[in-house]
Write a protein of this length. Structure first.
Length: 215
């Protein structure tokens, strides 16, 4: 218990950092994932090719390598001076967007084709059909896999600690450098991650129940 009480401000900052990077990268992943899923089911071939390339490239790139690219290549070419926190959020969000895309695309495929055909028959564009007709119906089947994806994102955020981002795994490194016994340090780090993942799981269970009522 002393390891936590003696270093609580650092632990608090690490926990807040984990929550912050999880929330921001989840928003990035969700927005990009839905957009790329729209590209993958688009009737325009270049958009479909782009969506397929995006998913194939990011899903088959190790996350650590993606972090290295964002931290050491992106600032040199595009955005010099960007904070490590933002770079880590972008790397994690881009990586997770490929998994969100496939979950959303699978949900879109569960919607009967007649729904889209009926929308087109009354003059709706592809974007309107996707936004108004297809995605609302696909949401129910997308929520369960998204829960697993965002829980995995939370655990993947530990990699950011190796790149000077203040989060729970970074706190573990700090405690190790200060000579604390590693076992209680890892216990407190694991408990911090459990709090975040249980919160995500509870949120998605609540969403599932609300969607069941709507059904």
């Amino acid at each position: 218990m002393n390891v936590l009480l003696d270093n609580f401000p650092e632990y608090r900052d690490g926990f807040i950092g984990t929550v912050s990077i999880t929330v921001i990268s989840s928003v990035i992943a969700l927005v990009l994932g839905v957009a790329i899923a729209g590209c993958r089911v688009s009737p325009v071939p270049p958009l479909r090719y782009f969506g397929t390339a995006w998913v194939t490239l990011l899903r088959n790139t190790p996350l650590t390598l993606l972090f290295l690219i964002f931290f050491f290549v992106v600032p040199e070419i595009l955005f010099p001076g960007m904070s490590p926190f933002l770079l880590g959020s972008l790397a994690l969000g881009f990586y997770t967007s490929s998994f969100v895309c496939e979950a959303v695309r699978s949900g879109i495929n569960t919607v009967p084709l007649g729904q889209a055909e009926a929308a087109r028959s009354i003059g709706m564009t592809f974007t309107q059909t996707l936004r108004i007709v297809v995605l609302p119906q696909a949401t129910r089947s997308v929520i369960p896999p998204l829960s697993s994806i965002f829980i995995a994102l939370t655990k993947n955020s530990a990699i950011a600690g190796a790149f000077s981002v203040a989060e729970l795994f970074g706190w573990q490194k700090l405690m190790s450098d200060r000579g604390y016994e590693i076992t209680p340090v890892f216990i407190w780090v694991a408990l911090g991650y459990l709090v975040v993942t249980f919160a995500i799981s509870g949120l998605f269970r609540l969403l599932e129940r609300r969607m069941e009522v709507a059904r």
